[in-house]
Ligand binder design. Structure first.
Ligand code: CA
Length: 208
């Protein structure tokens, strides 16, 4: 997936993030201070950086600005303060996205995936995805099952296209919420209902 640098001084949080992102096939390096992080960026340029703002050596905003002088890689800041003014300041100072502590591994992974997709348009999903008997044409927004056109709502199409682009992968409800619904929070039931409609249109029973 991607080379990710985690700058975080709490060794417990750091290990958990490393374990989680590694499990999701990212190549992870770490630093425990802002200055070590900046050194890492020069020695092993990452594709994405997760920067904790509560580091022992530099103030978070300062660390972010210094990071920006050495790399254009997307930076996700991890902040303990869920304050709008603070978050706006960080985004203005060069952060590409933020997560508020405590955050789940799933949440961070979804943010990383979204940022990487934006950062490299060349890696956008293929225009036509074919899985088993399914053919999904992104440009025409058309899905065929065994040659028969499926009558899908806009959301059902997006949901099917998202899942079909990830055959064999486990996709969490949280990820669907972020990537298909473009919402940070929501109701699991909404997703379940859409999935069950989609299954019905695909001719699947719940048991299958
Ligand atoms: Ca910290």
């Amino acid at each position: 997936m991607a080379r990710v640098l985690i700058v975080e001084d709490d060794s417990y949080v750091r290990s958990a993030m490393v374990a989680d992102l590694t499990r999701r096939s990212h190549v992870v390096r770490t630093a425990g201070t802002a200055l070590d992080g900046i050194r890492e960026v020069s020695n092993h340029p990452p594709e994405l950086i997760v920067l904790d703002l509560g580091l022992p050596d530099l103030d978070g905003g300062q660390a972010l600005k210094m990071m920006r002088t050495v790399t254009t890689a997307p930076v996700i800041v991890a902040t303990a303060r869920d304050e709008e003014a603070e978050i706006i300041r960080l985004l203005n100072d060069g952060a590409d996205d933020y997560v508020v502590k405590p955050f789940s591994g799933e949440h961070l992974a979804a943010r990383i995936t979204a940022l990487l997709r934006r950062a490299s348009p060349g890696s956008a999903p293929a225009a036509v995805v074919a899985v088993a008997g399914l053919n999904i044409d992104q440009a025409r927004r058309e899905a065929l099952l065994d040659g028969r056109r499926l009558d899908l709502s806009r959301r059902e199409f997006d949901l099917l296209a998202y899942l079909a682009a990830r055959p064999g992968m486990v996709v969490s409800r949280r990820e669907l919420l972020t990537e298909v619904w473009h919402q940070a929070y929501g109701d699991d039931q909404t997703i379940d209902v859409h999935i069950s409609w989609l299954r019905r249109k695909l001719g699947e029973t719940a048991a299958r």
